[in-house]
Ligand binder design. Structure first.
Ligand code: PGA
Length: 251
């Protein structure tokens, strides 16, 4: 049975006090609810220890926004999967389009990051998605296929079972221009088809595929109603507790 997930990607936002206030409100509110999805919060790495304490006392899972592709050692500024795992962090986002664009992360580096997470029994939330010009040129399916093949399809079946895929069309991220439910369903079903071809129908049916990009409290329910959309990776709207909770309740 595949899991529905709503994950909040805080990106590089919030002071420590704001971050703690936000996570404590979310944890408290969710405590009283009958949830139809797993809820993940992805704070900046410097807040992960604080967040992990809230995670332990609530139903929240905590994710890092990034992880090193190296194991451990002389890599100044990096945070390793072993460090995250030791702190009780269960997931990490990998390959967000902002990291691909601003930090020049390549498909090969992203595949390394996926491997390091799996080495430590952590789960990658692997982001894929096309640029506006790629969609306009009719290349969106090819781009997404290539990102999946290069970043994930080196995994064997058992490893792949730990992966969450997030389809995030780059033109929808932070722009207020959300994909239509039809565009999201079309791409999610394409992605599930590729996973079926590579790993078989059972694994494909068990894989959670999230949608990300201007998903908010008003449009989440029409997106999540699609049969291949198993939840969302939420940026801006996850910084407001009421909006984030409305999205969580959209199933
Ligand atoms: P957004 O970001 O919801 O602010 O568009 C989504 C993301 O980048 O994961």
């Amino acid at each position: 049975m595949r899991k529905n997930i709503v994950a909040g990607n805080w990106k590089m936002n919030n002071t420590f006090q704001e971050a703690e206030e936000l996570i404590s409100v979310i944890a408290d509110e969710l405590d009283e609810k009958d949830l139809q999805c797993e809820v993940i919060v992805c704070p900046p790495s410097i807040y992960l220890e604080m967040a992990s304490d809230y995670g332990e006392e609530s139903i929240l899972s905590i994710a890092a926004q990034n992880v090193s592709g190296y194991d451990n050692g002389a890599y100044t500024g990096e945070v390793s999967a072993s460090m995250l795992e030791a702190m009780g962090i269960s997931y990490s986002i990998v390959g967000h389009s902002e990291r691909r664009k601003y930090f020049n992360e390549t498909d090969a580096q992203l595949a390394e990051k996926v491997d390091r997470l799996l080495d430590y029994n952590m789960k990658p939330i692997f982001c894929i998605g096309e640029l506006l010009e790629e969609r306009e040129a009719g290349n969106h399916f090819n781009i997404v296929e290539s990102q999946l093949e290069k970043g994930l399809f080196h995994l064997n079946k058992d490893e792949f079972l730990n992966v969450v895929v997030a389809y995030e069309p780059v033109w929808a991220i932070g722009t207020g221009v959300v994909a239509t439910p039809e565009q999201a369903q079309e791409m999610h079903s394409f992605i599930r088809g590729l996973i079926t071809k590579k790993y078989g129908v059972d694994i494909a049916e068990d894989t959670t595929i999230l949608y990300g990009g201007s998903c908010n409290a008003s449009n989440a329910s029409t997106l999540f109603a699609n049969k291949d959309v198993d939840g969302g990776l939420i940026g801006g709207a996850s910084l407001n507790a009421d909006d984030f909770i409305k999205i969580i309740e959209s199933f």
